[in-house]
Each structure stands twice: as structure tokens, then as C-alpha cells.
Write a protein that binds this ligand. Structure first.
Ligand code: C5J
Length: 218
């Protein structure tokens, strides 16, 4: 077992039964002209996550840790996009509309894919999910057979990271969220989102930095 200094308490994990989950590091969230920006967000708030996550991926690959990536998005006919999601808000462009990086949040489009700096390597599964949580309507649970601990990076902290970590916690996974490798468009949500995970004795997870986690890897 390895141990990471974490909040609210040290996080113990066995690298053989631990996977790194990198959530939705897609151009649609991190680059201008995508889903995130059409909702009025400043994508610059998320870009600080890229460099530490690239270092995290390198360290986890070197240590032989299992790595899984996710992408949020929809089928080209939008049949998997509930009207409640499609019609929500007043964005400049809606899901499925043509934007500068292709149709917004549609699978197969340039904007839907993961940013170049964090490209998955061959053999690293990429889970396409229609929802905020990575377990809903995906094969993630099957992919994680035999896994006990999840180390979580990605965006956004209070939406897809939170939903996925809460779902994972309910399924019995022990989740360590890396504070510098998750990001929000809203600095307050970033701070409070991390506090919510570790509060109440770690109500649904643990929080550490990627430096602390990488130092704990054998
Ligand atoms: C959002 C996500 N924020 N990946 N998606 O809509 O967090």
C-alpha cells in the first residue's frame, strides 16, 4: 500500500487496484468557441489544469497505473441529449449547432476531442458519456472491475468531477481528487467544491495535490 497526505486524512491505496480518471479535458470546455464559452464562461479559468495534468499523466504512465479518460458529448442526431439539457440556458450556440470547432458537444467533432496536451495513448480507454456523471449510460463500471481506488482529474470541479466522484463513492470506490488537476470556471466553486468533498470526515472523498500523489507512487 502507498499513502498520500490528503484532506481530511491520509489516503491509502494499492497502485495495482487504482486507476487515474481524467474527466472531460475536451476542447469544448477548455478552448474558445466551444460549449463552455457559449455558456458565457471564461475558458482561461480551466487552462491552468492542463500542465499539472500532463505531468500527472506522465507520472502515472511511468508507474504503470491504469488510466481512463472521459468525454462529455452526444450522438450526431442528439437522440441521447434530453430536451432539458438541449434547451437549458440562453447560450450563443446550443448543443449540436455548428461552431468554430465543429458542432457543439457532438461526438466526432474537433471540439469534442481531448486537448492535444493530454491526448490519450493507445490502450487508454476513452469513455464517451452523455451526462455529467461518468457512470450514467457508459461501460465505466465494467471497465473498473477489480479497481478499488480512483484518482480523479478533470473539469469541471463542481459539475462532472463532483457528479462522477459522488457516483463512484456510492459504488464503493475510494476517490482522491487532485486539487490542482481539477478546474472550475468559477474560483469560488473551485474552492468550495473541493471543501465539500473533504468535509464531514471526507463525506465522499479525499483531496490532495498532484505533487503529493506523484511522490507517493512507487
Ligand atoms: C459541464 C463538465 N460543466 N464536464 N460539464 O457541463 O463539467
Amino acid at each position: 500500500m502507498a499513502t498520500v497526505p490528503a484532506r481530511p486524512a491520509p489516503f491509502a491505496f494499492d497502485p495495482d487496484t487504482t486507476a487515474l480518471l481524467v474527466i472531460d479535458m475536451q476542447r469544448d470546455f477548455l478552448e474558445p468557441g466551444g460549449f463552455g464559452e457559449t455558456l458565457g464562461n471564461d475558458v482561461g479559468q480551466l487552462r491552468r489544469v492542463i500542465a499539472p495534468t500532463a505531468a500527472l499523466l506522465a507520472g502515472c504512465r511511468a508507474a504503470g497505473l491504469r488510466i481512463i479518460h472521459t468525454r462529455e458529448g452526444h450522438l450526431p442526431d442528439l437522440s441521447d441529449c434530453p430536451p432539458a439539457k438541449l434547451l437549458r440556458g440562453a447560450p450563443d450556440l446550443r448543443i449540436g449547432d455548428p461552431g468554430p470547432n465543429g458542432r457543439i458537444l457532438v461526438r466526432g467533432e474537433y471540439g469534442h476531442d481531448i486537448v492535444d496536451e493530454l491526448s490519450p495513448l493507445p490502450g487508454e480507454p476513452v469513455v464517451d458519456k452523455p451526462g455529467k456523471g461518468a457512470f450514467y449510460a457508459t461501460d465505466l463500471a465494467e471497465l473498473l472491475t477489480g479497481t478499488r481506488s480512483l484518482v480523479v482529474a478533470g473539469v469541471t470541479t463542481e459539475v462532472c468531477v463532483h457528479t462522477t466522484v459522488r457516483e463512484a463513492n456510492d459504488r464503493g470506490f475510494e476517490c482522491l481528487v487532485l486539487a490542482d488537476c481539477v478546474g472550475s470556471y468559477f474560483p469560488d466553486f473551485q474552492r468550495v467544491g473541493l471543501e465539500m468533498i473533504a468535509a464531514q470526515g471526507g463525506i465522499f472523498g479525499w483531496v490532495a495535490t498532484s505533487t503529493e500523489f506523484l511522490a507517493a507512487l512507487p
